[in-house]
Design a protein around this ligand. Structure first.
Ligand code: MLC
Ligand code: AMP
Length: 504
């Protein structure tokens, strides 16, 4: 038996002497060199005890080595679990405790703090620094330059990505080889990727967008990536002339539009810009076209499903819509209370089914049952509508979720920590329009009787507990939270009251 994902994405690199990764300092890594690194890493994982089905977790900076760790885990038959570099030790402890990885790769600067966390979860901690150095590459150095991939089929798991819930803790979405490969195949075809493409890759590689949508599509089609450690506007502007395509979250595009160097001339040669992970304002779409002549291609997806819909490559890319269901993906709009399909044109719950849809949440059968129907449809929590031409638009969210700069923030998780802070009786966390991040997180607090809230002390209390991007950008203290007759906090009223907080 073959290894489905490895054979399609990584095996072709072993005979490729052309560049695969282009680094910002001008260095280029050929497919063959990358493949050798993957083989050595795979041997190192096996030597560390990784067996088929074991998890390999990584909280490491974006680098060629980090991407190779993903490939090596797939080659070794393992399940790759990438983690946001912003997560605190407390957050990491949860993920490791839940996923019980065999190996945990982390940056040397964090190793001391994370060693007890890894030990508690029974994981072997190995260091991978931003420059690729550390105990992991040391362990790989003497290993053979080829590796026979462990056989893995369509239904075997290739990755866990954690996604938070409206209540409770994060859930590990289990993604199979077939989930990832089918989506990469569809996107590569729909977006016309070829080996001539050079993708400017500025997304993080610990989420679906950067790891699967961007990297897998290029890997599948034999192109190259300019691999930036993160989104740095100056670097993007410097390197765009060498690229053919770019994928981004809306914040990338609003930041570029804010810069006078981002001109029609700079990007005249580009083939494609795509956007997703958060809503692209129609005005950004229009402004982008006015400035560059390009129409951004917006698509819609999520951790559990990979990509579901996309605007057309040829044809009308409509601002404010996320386009059509991808080939092989069924999208239906249902009544959120009954699950019955609604007539075309009526807004309701977006449900999706297809080879892209995950296998469920790791060791959480009840949560899986709540969101993944027996008939295979996944209840996305997004409210959408399909127009007469078949374009899907997302018009709201049934889930209490904030999307800030493409990162998901679940209010409940922040509220639980805010409620523990001195002087705080209760809290509500909302998202309001933010010029840079799309939505900005706001903590609305009510003081305990007779207490005064020291907002600086509250913010200090969040540091070390919650990743920086989850922490409120503003704290507001109110007399009481508005509630409906059922006692539920009316967040819409709070959002309305504070909607101008970041305007400016
Ligand atoms: C960083 N900060 C954020 C933030 N990113 N705060 C809120 N929201 C964010 N997204 C914090 C920093 O810690 C810093 O804190 C301050 O805000 C300003 O930082 P910055 O230097 O301006 O941020 P930067 O490093 O430039 O990062 C912004 C960004 C990044 C937009 C480039 O967040 C990013 O790469 N986002 C992409 C997320 C993504 O890939 N999502 C895909 C999910 S997959 P301070 O106070 O220390 O200054 C998915 C499925 C799908 O959703 O459909 O794709
Ligand atoms: P995540 O759980 O990080 O994968 O985030 C998935 C969520 O991001 C979806 O459920 C949507 O709410 C949102 N999302 C992704 N793409 C888009 C888009 N193009 N427009 C609006 N929301 C989007």
């Amino acid at each position: 038996m073959a290894n489905l994902l490895y054979d399609a994405l990584f095996a072709p690199l072993s005979v490729r002497d052309t560049r695969f990764l282009i680094l910002p300092d001008g260095r280029e890594i050929t497919g063959r060199d990358f493949s050798t690194m993957v083989a050595r890493f795979a041997h190192a994982l096996v030597a560390a005890g990784v067996q088929p089905g074991d998890r390999v977790a990584a909280q490491v900076a974006k680098s060629p080595e980090a991407l190779a760790a993903y490939a090596a885990t797939v080659a070794a038959g393992g399940i790759f679990l990438p983690l946001n570099t912003a997560y605190t030790a407390e957050e990491i402890a949860y993920f490791l405790g839940n996923a019980t990885p065999r190996v945990f790769l982390c940056d040397g600067k964090k190793a001391e703090g994370l060693a007890p966390v890894a030990a508690d979860a029974g994981a072997a901690l190995m260091v991978m620094n931003a420059d690729g150095s550390g105990s992991f590459s040391d362990a790989a150095a003497g290993q053979p330059a080829t590796f026979a991939p462990v056989p893995r089929g369509a239904e075997d798991l290739a990755a866990f990505l954690y996604t938070s819930g409206t209540t409770g803790r994060s859930k590990g979405a289990m993604l199979t080889h077939a989930n990832l490969l089918s989506n990469a195949e569809v996107l590569a075809r729909e977006w016309r990727f070829t080996e001539a493409d050079v993708l400017l890759h500025a997304l993080p590689i610990f989420h679906t967008h950067g790891l699967f949508v961007a990297s897998n599509v290029v890997l599948l089609t034999g192109g190259a990536m300019i691999f930036l450690p993160g989104f740095d506007k100056d670097e993007v502007i410097r390197l765009l002339p060498r690229a053919t395509s770019m994928m981004g979250v809306p914040t990338f595009y609003t930041r570029l539009l804010d810069d006078p160097r981002f001109t029609r001339d700079l990007v005249g040669h580009m083939r494609l810009f795509t956007s997703g992970s958060a809503p692209l304002l129609a005005e950004t779409h229009v402004q982008f076209e006015d400035r560059t002549g390009h129409r951004i291609l917006e698509r819609y997806g999520m951790t559990e499903t990979n990509m579901n819909t996309s605007n057309p490559y040829d044809g009308d890319r409509r601002a404010g819509t996320v386009g059509f269901p991808l080939p092989g993906v069924e999208v239906k709009i249902t009544d959120p209370s009954t699950g019955e399909a609604l007539p075309q044109g009526e807004p309701g719950m977006i449900e999706v089914r297809g080879p892209n849809v995950f296998k469920g949440y790791w060791q959480m059968p009840e949560k899986t049952k709540e969101e993944l129907r027996d008939n295979g449809f996944f209840i996305t929590g997004d409210i959408g509508v399909i127009d007469a031409d078949g374009y899907v638009s997302i018009v709201g969210r049934a889930k209490d979720l904030i999307i800030s700069g493409g990162y998901n923030v679940y209010p409940k998780e922040i509220e639980l920590v805010l409620d523990e802070q001195p002087g705080v009786l209760e809290s509500a966390v909302i998202g309001v329009p933010h010029p840079d991040f799309g939505e900005g997180v706001v903590g609305v607090l009510v003081a305990q009787k007779g207490a005064t809230i020291d907002t600086a002390a509250v913010m200090a209390g969040l540091g070390g507990r919650l990743a920086k991007f989850k922490q409120p950008k503003a704290i507001e203290v109110v007399e009481e939270l508005p509630r409906n007759t059922m006692g539920k906090v009316q967040k819409n009223l709070l959002r309305d009251r504070f909607k101008g907080l970041f305007a400016g």
